[in-house]
Design a protein around this ligand. Sequence first.
Ligand code: NAP
Length: 269
Amino acid sequence: MTDTKGTVLITGASSGIGAIYADRFAARGHDLILVARNLGRLADVAASLQEKHGVQVKHGVQVKTIAADLGSEEGLRAVDTVLAEDHTITHLVNNAGFGSAAPLTAADVGEMQAMVTINVTAPLRLIYTAVPRFIARGKGTIINISSIVAIGPEILNGVYGGTKSFLLAFSQSLRKELAGTGVNVQVVLPGATGTKFWDVAGLPASNLPTEWVMSAADLVDAALLGLDRREFATIPSLADASEWDAWEASRAVMLPHLSNREPAERYQR
Ligand code: NAP
């Protein structure tokens, strides 16, 4: 038997941000379940963790890989089943996803639907499986990788922005619903990060001003510092945290005024 700090299930762990999360959680002594489609790349990540952290199958930190397409019902069910049956899982990192830089008229609607499945349906399904189990155990951590486009959906493709806004909104609701259960929710809003995301999105990162682009390592290290501080929303690029607080405060100001029997006076003839 191993004596670790619990198992972290990371989707999209074959590259970029997810692979760095795998490295950092392994360094913290967590067992890992790494999910992505490309088994070869997942195996490379697992091998490099073994080399770097002395990961072994029977002793020390264990790493399992699951080759699954989260865009397919079969792949989703495979990951869901592991999440339901493996009681050692303490952390779920919803990281798998892809984006697009194409405007509506240039974007393929089928690809947009696939984006919604991977960026929205997959985390939704995994959260629905994880949350009741985490509540029953009185502990657990959910990390949702959203994006700054959740705040600025006009920046890239609108469907991509919508999927990341969903993750932010769902996380805000989870924060409220899970208060007092011992289950912790963090939503991470990366700005431009130097990964293959940008190649997939059709706008290689080399097209962006270098001062905009954070390394995946810096991004994840900042996000984990936010997690350690029990921060709900972590925006590693944002220098002045009071700007986020002001945004949250303006929602709180409006909330009591958003439902009324009568239309507001300005809509009355
Ligand atoms: P990445 O290097 O392209 O990583 C994406 C990961 O998701 C890969 O491991 C990929 O693995 C996996 N994935 C994609 N489609 C999948 C599917 N159908 N089923 C299972 N796994 C799938 O890009 P990244 O930047 O690290 O992206 C990670 C997350 O950060 C994404 O949710 C992205 O929206 C978010 N984000 C990125 C940036 C940025 O600037 N890079 C900014 C804000 C937010 P396989 O190809 O092997 O399946």
